[in-house]
Design a protein around this ligand. Structure first.
Ligand SMILES: Nc1ncnc2c1ncn2[C@@H]1O[C@H](COP(=O)(O)OP(=O)(O)OP(=O)(O)O)[C@@H](O)[C@H]1O
Ligand SMILES: [Mg+2]
Length: 250
């Protein structure tokens, strides 16, 4: 199955639930090959320390998908090619576009509110690839709720990871370490791509993926990722930024 067919599967599931029309702006196709098929509904998590190319790789992978919502929480050099950059989640509902970058203005509370609304919207409407570039940061945001309770965005994220599949939602998340975020990020991901990491984190990652990953991820070079695909396949990949091909090294 080619990746364009793969993304069409996502598209039709979204169109069924939304009845949206295709727009001419949304035809950016992705011809890059990946060693494993990344099908709609299969969550994918990228784990690597800062500066090792997570966002670059996630942006490249996300080109396979048409209906996507990126939650962006910080500036970096990576140019996400979404059709529309918005600052409020309510714009998801009104704008007739297929892919969005939500980059809220304001402080942490404003970001929490917008991200919460976007995650809820994605959950309710289905069919999206939801890209959470910095999962650790987003999960720790919270909002005041009724009766002095606090609504933590981690629970929104967990809902998507655990129940999103039935709604044809794919979560793609980036994290710097395999700890201190919801366990579902790794345990519910069909695909886990990990960069080089220290022994303690490699051990932790292996407990949630496979034993082989422990050694593999300690021996990677910069920008190389061990792509673990459940149940037990591993390939070493590196994005060649010049050719824009994902090279399989082993
Ligand atoms: N495959 C690659 N080959 C060469 N350079 C790369 C590659 N991937 C990323 N880079 C470069 O490395 C730098 C960091 O990349 P990127 O922002 O994707 O990393 P990151 O892991 O998301 O970092 P952070 O945790 O700070 O967000 C950028 O300058 C980018 O151009
Ligand atoms: Mg990044």
């Amino acid at each position: 199955m080619s990746h364009s067919q793969d993304s069409q599967t996502t598209d039709s599931s979204h169109q069924n639930s939304q009845g949206w029309q295709a727009t001419s702006r949304s035809t950016s196709q992705h011809s890059g090959r990946t060693p494993f098929l990344w099908n709609p509904g299969q969550h994918l998590t990228v784990v690597a320390e800062t500066g090792l190319g997570k966002s670059t790789l996630m942006e490249w992978l996300s080109r396979q998908r048409r209906y996507k919502i990126l939650l962006r929480s910080k500036p970096d050099e990576v140019e996400w090619r979404q059709e529309r950059t918005i600052s409020r989640a309510s714009q998801l509902k009104t704008a007739k576009y297929d892919s969005f970058e939500l980059y809220p203005h304001g402080d942490k509370n404003a970001r929490a509110k917008e991200f919460h609304e976007a995650l809820e919207y994605a959950y309710e409407t289905g069919g999206w690839t939801v890209i959470i570039d910095e999962l650790f940061y987003v999960s720790r945001l919270s909002l005041p709720a009724k009766n002095r309770r606090v609504l933590r965005l981690e629970s929104d994220v967990e809902d998507l990871f655990t129940q999103g599949r039935s709604k044809h939602i794919t979560v793609m998340a980036g994290l710097q370490r395999p700890v201190a975020v919801t366990r579902f990020a790794i345990s519910q991901s069909k695909h886990v791509l990990a960069g080089v990491m220290e022994a303690r984190d490699a051990k932790e990652l292996s407990l949630a993926t496979s034993r082989q990953m422990e050694v593999v991820v300690q021996n990677l070079n910069d920008y190389e990722f061990a792509w673990f695909s459940r149940p037990h396949s591993i390939m070493i990949v590196k994005l060649n930024v010049e050719s824009q091909e994902l090279e399989v090294l082993e």
